[in-house]
Design a binder for this molecule. Sequence first.
Ligand code: TEU
Ligand code: CA
Length: 539
Amino acid sequence: MTNPWWHNAVVYQIYPRSFMDSNGDGIGDLPGIIDKLDYLAELGIDVIWLSPVCTSPMDDNGYDISDYEDIAPEFGTLDDMDRLIAEAKQRGIKILLDLVVNHSSDEHPWFESARQSKDSPYRDFYIWRKPNADGSPPNDMGSVFGGSAWEFDETTGEYYLHLFSKKQPDLNWQNPKVRQAVYDMMNRWLDRGIAGFRMDVIDLIGKDPDNKITANGPDLHPFLQEMHRETLAGRDVLTVGETWGATPEIAKLYSHPDRHELSMVFQFEHIQLTHDPVEGKWRPRPFDLIELKQVFAKWQNELAGEGWNSLFWNNHDLARSVSIYGDDGEYRVKSAKMLATALHGMQGTPYIYQGEEIGMTNVHFDSIDDYDDIETHNLYREKRDAGYTEADLMSAIHTHSRDNARTPMQWDDTENAGFTQGQPWLKLNPNYPEINVAADRVSEDSIFEHYKQLIDLRKTHDILVHGDFELILNDHPQVFAYLRRQGDETVAVFNNFSAQEARTELPETLQDQSGECWIHNGTERMELSRNLVLAPYES
Ligand code: TEU
Ligand code: CA
C-alpha cells in the first residue's frame, strides 16, 4: 500500500478572528487570509486548518455554530470561502474545516425548534431530561467551562445537556437523523473542495449522560465508522480528531488504517504535564523533562505501524509553547527553534499554530477585563468563589488562558502590528514592536527560516517521515534526544531543553560517527565525539 499524502504534509492552523483583518472592523476574516496565502506558501505548508468560520453568535468564537452551511458575516461570505479554496489550491495548499458537531449553537434553527415543544420534530436532536423530584438537574455532570452541564429550560420544563457553555447544547448522536444531517453537511463541504476536517471534541459524541460517560462512550467508534462509510470513504482527505481523552490504545482505534475511522488524532498527554493532575490547568505546574520524553516516546513507539501521530505544541486553546516549554525571554529565538526541531523530527504530521513560526509568546494583561475568552471568564469566577487569590488566578491566566494564543497575529511594528486598521477585538501582545513577521523575516536568526528548513527536510528525506523512532539518553535531565532509522541511515536529534549547558555521554554506536548536519540553531557539527556538549537551548 502506498502511504497517504498526509504523512508528508505539514498543517498550519489559522484562528481566523486573529489572523488578518481586511476591512478595518478589528476582526480577522477570509479575505485577510487570502492576502496572506503567499506568506504561507513561502513557509512551505501543505494544509490550512481553519478554526470555525460558519455562522455563529460567537459565544465561544465560532465553536457554537448556528448555520453549518454559511459563513459568519464578520468572516466573509461563501464566495470568499470558494475563493480561498481556489487561491489556496493554486499554491498547492489544501483547506481543512473545523467540524463542530458535538454541539450546535442554541441559536441553530434545530435547537430553536427543539426548545419550543416536546413535539418538535427536532426535539430529539438534543439531549433532554426531566428534573429530579426536587427540581434539581438529572445528575451532577459539570460543564468544561464551569457549573452544571444541565440547563433548565422553562418552556418545556426539562433540562438540556451542554458539556460546554449554555449556548452550546449537545447534539444527540443517538438519533440517526442527527447523524444523517451531519454526514450530508460534511458531504456538501467536501464537494465544495475542502480536503478534510479537524473534528472538535469528537471523542464526546458517543456519550452516555445517564451513566455520566462523556469521552470514549460506547458508541463512539461505531459512529465514526458509519461517518467514514457515509462521507469519507473513497475521498482522499485528512481527518484529525480532537481527543483529550486518548491513550495510545485508543488512538489506534481511531487511526489504524484498517479500521476506517480517522487519519489521526490530537492527544494531549504532553500538554497535561503542565496542568495539576487534580485541579487542572488553573493550577499550572512546571513540566518534568523526563516525563515529557517518556510521553513522546510512548506515543511514537506505540503508534508505529498501527496508527499515526499528530505533532503539535500549540493551538488556539493552549499557551504559547515558547513560554511553557522554552524560554520567552533571553532564549526566545533559540528555544523556539529548538522546540520546532524536537517536534518536527518525530514521526507524525506536524501542526504549526499561527505565530509559532515567529516565536510569539504568552501575554500578561493586568486585568481580567482585558480577556475575552469565555472559559477564562467562567473559571475566573468559579475559582475566585472557591477561594483562589487574585494573584494566583491572574498568574494561572497568564500561564494557561486560551487568550495567550488568540492575541492578534503580529505582522509588523506599525500600529496594531499590521493586523487591523481599526480597533482589534482583543488587545495585541505589547511585545509586537519587537516580535513580528517583518522583523523575523529580515533577521539573520529567523525562526520562520528555521521552520521553512524543517518543512523542506521532511519533503526531501523520507526517513524523517517514516523512519523508526528510538529514544536515547533516556535519563538525561536536560536533553531530549532520539534517533530515526531507515535502512542503513540514521538521523540523530539532540535538544537541550534548559538554559544551562548540557553535557552528555553518547551511546557507543554514535561515538566518533560523522555525517551531515541538516539543521541546527547553534554550532554546525559534522562529527560526534564521546561527549556532546550542547549550549543552552541548542538543538
Ligand atoms: O476544545 C475542547 C476542550 O475541551 C477545550 O475546551 C479544552 O478543554 C480547554 O480549552 C482547555 O482548557 C474544543 C475547542 O478547541 C475549543 O476552542 C472549544 O471551546 C471547545 O471544543 C468547545 O467547542
Ligand atoms: Ca474584518
